[in-house]
Design a protein around this ligand. Structure first.
Ligand SMILES: Cc1cc2nc3c(=O)[nH]c(=O)nc-3n(C[C@H](O)[C@H](O)[C@H](O)COP(=O)(O)O)c2cc1C
Length: 223
């Protein structure tokens, strides 16, 4: 079982978010998963230009590393999103990646995968950001199993036991949920609700967004 983790911090693998992520991955690896961390800061991910080519052709025309990261996620079983709190939201690096996934979410192109979210902050307000990243996972078809966060202002070099336990358990839960294909009613309802919305959109836009219409016919039984 393979996990791809995207870290949105400009501090890359040396920051607080990466440190908390390492504990989640320790938990996941103790249940047999393998993982690859991708620091978005070390990658060239340009902002979305809103050209609609992903809807029409299935691929972004911008010459950067987005498509290769998308391919890695599609080939993996799980996706973890990890971001620092930047002014009550995700970092710009993470948001650029999310925006570039507009075509993915129209197709629920990561369907069947499991996921989780990780946030660190200076002083708080992590939960809405974790919820936002988990909502993003849902609209791409990923089943989020939970999230973990830490306000770093009062934390020294070592995470308190409670946060460490939460992080380890999140990693374990991710792998076990994926292995056993565990579903929860609320998540299935949210995914299906968004899927219904996209089905309607595809029928409306079928002349224009030909790639996505064909994708829906092939993968989601669109008439
Ligand atoms: C531009 C910027 C904006 C930030 N905004 C917030 C914020 O709104 N609330 C907060 O509690 N911490 C905020 N922080 C602090 C970071 O979220 C915190 O230091 C985080 O743990 C950094 O993670 P990293 O080391 O992985 O980059 C901000 C930091 C920066 C640089």
């Amino acid at each position: 079982m393979k996990i791809i983790t995207l870290i949105g911090s400009p501090h890359g693998l040396k920051g607080n978010t990466a440190k908390l992520t390492q504990i989640v991955l320790e938990g996941a690896e103790s249940e047999g998963a393998t993982s690859e961390i991708i620091s978005l800061t070390g990658k060239n991910i340009l902002p979305c230009k809103g050209c609609d080519m992903c809807h029409k052709k299935g691929i972004c025309p911008q010459d950067d590393e987005f498509e290769s990261i998308k391919k890695k996620i599609i080939e993996a079983d799980c996706l973890i999103l990890a971001s620092p709190n930047y002014i009550f939201s995700v970092s710009a690096q993470m948001k650029a990646f999310m925006d570039r996934c507009c075509g993915v979410l129209h197709c629920l192109g990561f369907e069947g995968k499991y996921g989780a979210s990780i946030v660190t902050s200076g002083g708080g307000d992590e939960e809405p950001i974790a919820d936002y990243m988990n909502h993003f996972l849902i609209i791409t078809g990923v089943r989020p199993v939970g999230s973990v966060w830490a306000a770093m202002g009062n934390i020294g070099e070592i995470f308190p036991d409670e946060i460490r336990t939460n992080a380890l358990n999140l990693g374990k839960k991710l792998v076990l949920s994926c292995k056993n294909k565990i579903t929860c009613e609320e998540t299935e309802t949210r995914i299906n609700k968004f899927k219904d919305r996209m089905r309607y959109l595809m029928q409306w836009k079928k002349q224009e967004w030909t790639f996505e219409y064909e994708y829906w016919k092939k993968h989601h039984n669109l008439e």
